[in-house]
Design a protein around this ligand. Sequence first.
Ligand code: GLC
Length: 596
Amino acid sequence: MARKFCFLLFCAFLALCQRLPAQSTAPAKPAATKPTKSVGQAPAPPVDAEGHQWWQHAVFYEIYPRSFADSNNDGVGDLNGIASKLDYLKKLGVDAVWITPCFPSPQVDFGYDVSDYEDIDSMYGTLSDFDQLQSGAQEHGIRIILDFVMNHTSDQHKWFIDSRSSRTSKYRDWYIWRDGKGPNHPPNNWVALFGGSAWQFDGKTKQYYYHYFYPQQPDLNWRNPAVKSAMFDVTKFWYSRGVAGFRLDAVDTLFEDPELHDNPVLPGKNSYGDLNEKNEYNDKLPEVHDILQGLRKVADNYNAVLIGETWTSDVQELNQYYGPHGNELQMPMDFMFTKVDKLSPPEFRKQIAAVDGAAGWPVYVLSNHDIERSYNRYGDGKHNDEIAKVMAGLYLTLRGTPILYYGEEIGMQNNNPKTKKDVKDPIGRLGWPNEKGRDGERTPMQWDNTPNAGFTTGIPWLPIPVSYRTHNVDTEQKDPNSILVFYQRLLALRHTNPSLLEGDYVALNKNDPNVMSYLRRYKDKAVLVVLNMSAAPQKVRFDLEAQGFSSDEARTLLTTMPGVRDKASLSDMNLAPFSVYIGEATKPARSSNAGN
Ligand code: GLC
């Protein structure tokens, strides 16, 4: 009995720890301008009896800073804007925010072209604003994750300015310079992801430099140890300011074949008119893993987490990013999940089973600043709000860590540019009309139903869709049936229910084409998640005998269906179209089990 009590006390202590950022890694209250000294330390103790780390219990939230909240009304969001919304994030149930690049940048790729890794762009504020945001977030129990653009810098970074100045300059070998094959003939056939040749001729030194993305984003030469050392130092700079980890941008493309073999050409052309090709020689080269292992060693000194922008085509590829001994990325994102772009239980089952069996902890995302919003991808035009709740019911109850994209919780929709001249994202102008760019998923957060959705009193940098009148934080907060209130309730449940935090994933009724259902099983309890992904009412029954849950009823925890009682029958469950039912099944007490 005493042992049991001690164990419970221990669990309560761990549960408390899990809600607080690690005090030893971040300053208690960083001074506005003085960074805290970096302190190396042993890996942090787990936050629960299962050995999980903080990021396995956390809910992450991606903020695109241009679009979140504009404190100085210049039409572009900023760090003080984010700081003013910490109460909102806390109430939503967010434990960590990933802020996409807010460093000095010419903004060709809206911040993914960094010209100084150790400062804040004046459009977003100052380093001191960052420190204040960090300390405010810490007071709210929210960690800050920054975006680390590793593959390339801006062409306005001082390293590149020096690099292009002469063939013998100090930083020449920090980038990838090569002779062409002849006049107007780049070194090989590699095509940039954002259109055209991946090689840009530079008249001054009469060589080409390599860029996987825009020409204004020259690739760093990660084979040069000085690059590695300078970039590793960048992470230490931010860790010492209290940052809890990084989302690593474009990790797949850090290395290129030094012999520059041509990529195999595939049939057809892309939206920019270039020949399609297989990125055999400039994508996912094995050397990437040495760098990730090195970054992980640094991160471990700070109890920090590394999230990867890992575009993988199967789980074998994903597994490589966890590292051979779990010594690379703790959280490589599962983008394969975003490719299941219809409400199809069989396809979700397949994808989830694969990732649930991966070598590391699953990481689920629905949308981000490069992917059309889930509201549009899954919505049928009639039941979009219900469908948004079904999707929340799915990715927030799986075993793994979810990363929410800002605005998903209020059902924000894509607002694609109507004409080419409206497009801000350069790839949208280059690829119009096939490729409209990514403006649509990056529009300002909708805070209320006043003009400009309460984002700014200036002119917002991107237009806000009219749906802001109904889909905004203020209006939805007052409506118990809104998407926002559903997210809040679901995240509150996720944070407190041991089965949702720790339980395994067991697919149920695997042949049902309309209803996705599964258990999250932990000790003598299980959470049953039932999602009707169809427009018709459905009747389902569950036999949980094999899982040891022989009771005929579940205790209702959360549902989108009005009128559902405290208990629901497992042998005869009626589901409304596009609905969510979440309930708890318990094992029968030992005495009633006696005859089994
Ligand atoms: C990543 C970012 C994307 C950016 C690209 C180039 O894919 O998510 O927004 O354009 O890297 O940095």
